[in-house]
Design a protein around this ligand. Structure first.
Ligand SMILES: Cc1ncc(COP(=O)(O)O)c(C=O)c1O
Length: 321
């Protein structure tokens, strides 16, 4: 499962910061959310079984399910998060639902309490699993972080996934799973077959980083910095584009999404922008089904406040071509 000291440190952090109900024996250290998803799919899903995914949603989660031979059931997301009733109408007997309830990827919606309870109720009644990907919940601006869905679960139906990719850096490749007690053995079996376990050195360093308080301090500092960068992006977009651009999900995380009016082809624009070293993720690539909304996912954490206006003018000039 990984280093006992690190699992203990993560457990303490999750209990206090994310209201996750866990014991160190349920925590497995993995190489990022991606490995967590892969192990989860191998344990829970057989080829041909169905899983709900958010529409639009995280393509790398869909990729794991596709590789496992699963049937992917896209379920729409509205202002309250995944539309559970639509999922039930489309495919009641799905085996699992993959969701990002704290900060939906890519729309940034926070799943409402009512929807969380509805989803848990469906999972409990139908014996389905909920895979909660809590990838960037530490960064929430203007309000306190939203508690995890796992903390509401009374029937051990939730597999919780977290990562250090957003709070520290993605090349670290360290994340974690919180597994319901009765599934730990099966998860450990698959993990052993894969790579025996995570590298020890990074775990030891990370344990010290957490236990000595650096991690909490780092998050507090970065939250202020990212909030400033986010505001610079939101204000700058408003100034340059006004009502022609709709901004989604700027309350949390390290990215926001924008949709555009008119006949913009987001994939083509993103390719043109990339040739000029401006990185936009086309929003349409997060849709499983057509028609997809056209727009972009814009990361703001890696651009300084001073640099932001120039990058926004660059975006505008590319869109005007
Ligand atoms: C929805 C979602 N989950 C997870 C991650 C992090 O993935 P990993 O931990 O594999 O780096 C990201 C990163 O962008 C993400 O957007």
């Amino acid at each position: 499962l990984g280093s006992e000291e690190l699992r203990q440190a993560i457990c303490t952090y999750l209990r206090t910061s994310r209201a996750v109900r866990c014991e160190p024996e349920q925590v497995m250290i993995v190489s990022g959310s991606q490995q967590a998803l892969e192990i989860t799919a191998r344990v829970l899903m057989d080829a041909g079984e169905a899983a709900w995914v958010e529409e639009p949603g995280y393509w790398l989660a869909r990729q794991v399910l596709r590789a496992a031979g699963c049937k992917i059931v896209p379920v729409p997301v509205d202002s309250e998060g995944l539309e559970v009733a639509a999922g039930i109408r489309k495919y009641r007997r799905a085996k699992a639902a993959y969701i990002t309830p704290s900060h939906q990827f890519p729309t940034g919606v926070t799943m409402s309490a009512a929807r969380r309870l509805q989803l848990l109720d469906w999972a409990e009644r139908s014996g389905a699993w909920i895979v909660e990907d809590d990838y960037d919940s530490e960064y929430r601006y203007g309000s306190m972080p939203i508690a995890s869905l796992q903390g509401l679960d009374r029937s051990a139906r939730v597999i919780y996934i977290g990562t250090f990719s957003k709070t520290l850096f993605p090349a670290l490749r360290v994340g974690y799973l919180v597994i319901p007690h009765d599934l730990v053995h099966r998860f450990a079996g698959i993990r052993n077959a894969m790579d025996l376990g995570p590298p020890h050195l990074y775990q030891a360093v990370l344990t010290d980083f957490l236990n000595e308080g650096h991690y909490a301090r780092h998050i507090r500092r970065m939250r202020l910095l990212y909030e400033e960068r986010r505001s610079a992006l939101v204000e700058g977009l408003g100034r340059q584009f006004g009502s022609r651009m709709q901004i989604l999900g700027a309350e949390a995380g390290m990215h926001l999404a924008v949709t555009l009016q008119g006949r913009v082809r987001d994939v083509q624009v993103a390719e043109r922008a990339a040739s000029e070293r401006l990185w936009l993720v086309p929003l349409s690539s997060t849709y499983f089904e057509k028609p997809a909304r056209q727009g972009f996912i814009l990361g703001f954490a890696g651009t300084t406040t001073a640099e932001m206006p120039r990058q926004i003018r660059h975006l505008k000039s590319i869109l005007e071509l």
